[in-house]
Ligand binder design. Structure first.
Ligand code: ATP
Ligand code: MG
Length: 238
């Protein structure tokens, strides 16, 4: 993943900038009784190709951090740069474009649309942009093949197991060919054996070069990650 430059006779590697850079990130909510600081100065870098597991007790701000990273929450202070895009102060339109093109989301509860087929669910991101990619069908097929569901395109979500539903959600997240996959408790609604299958898919996607940041309580997912970070008292402590 490194380019090279000439220096005298030696060819030295030029390191690529990190895919994600967070500096002094703060996010404060107002719960009616006053300001509640949740993120209190998060500093973090993630390099392209990493698989990062984010852990921490309930309420420590893991989902909040993921929402900021994915452009779902812009009411933060500090520096957040993802795939070369600085998210601070972006317009709603620019943020929507960033979400649609640069990141894929996978949530605990799948978020599939019941009346749409598997293929239509995977193609959903195409409907969020005015133009969309020209090769929608090929992308749907490619994304479903990557999670081993190419033969289930015409099914409805109700006709799938929990693990298959989450694989459809992963395929949908892959549709736009994002730089990074952001996952919030992606195995939280699955039994242990099914969760193991999902973790295997994340491993394979990461081995293909996809950068993954996953919030998780799941030991197997932590073990699959190349780095485990803990959120505590509003900061990343390891
Ligand atoms: N929109 C909001 N308004 C006010 N407070 C909020 C809001 N969203 C989150 N919080 C608070 O911020 C804190 C962190 O929430 P967050 O959802 O990020 O935690 P988490 O680490 O993901 O927890 P869990 O493991 O239970 O999912 C919590 O105290 C929560 O109540
Ligand atoms: Mg959460």
């Amino acid at each position: 993943m490194c380019s090279t430059r000439r220096s005298g006779f030696a060819i030295l590697p030029t390191p690529m900038p990190p895919l994600i850079v967070i500096r002094a990130l703060t996010r404060t909510f107002d719960d009616g009784a006053g300001p509640v600081p949740v993120l209190r100065g998060v500093d973090l870098e993630v390099r392209s190709g990493e698989f990062v597991a984010l852990v921490g007790r309930s309420g420590s701000g893991k989902s909040t951090l993921l929402h900021v990273l994915g452009g779902l929450d812009s009411r933060f202070e500090g520096v957040v740069t993802v795939a070369g895009t600085s998210l601070a102060g972006l317009s709603d339109q620019a943020l929507a474009r960033f979400r649609n093109e640069q990141v894929g989301f996978v949530f605990q509860s799948f978020h599939l649309i019941a009346r749409l087929t598997v293929g239509q669910n995977v193609a959903l991101p195409a409907s969020f942009s005015a133009t969309g990619p020209p090769d929608v069908d090929a992308r749907v097929q490619d994304a479903l093949e990557r999670v081993g569901l190419a033969d289930k395109t015409a099914r409805l979500p109700a006709q799938l197991s929990g693990g298959e539903r989450q694989r459809v959600a992963i395929a949908r997240a892959l549709f736009a060919r994002p730089k990074v996959l952001l996952c919030d408790e992606p195995t939280g609604n699955l039994d242990a054996a099914t969760a193991e299958g999902i973790v295997a898919h994340f491993r394979a996607l990461n081995a293909e070069g996809l950068t993954i940041v996953a919030v998780t309580h799941e030991a197997r997912l932590r073990e699959a990650a190349s780095r485990v970070l803990t959120l505590q008292d509003g900061r990343v402590v390891a």
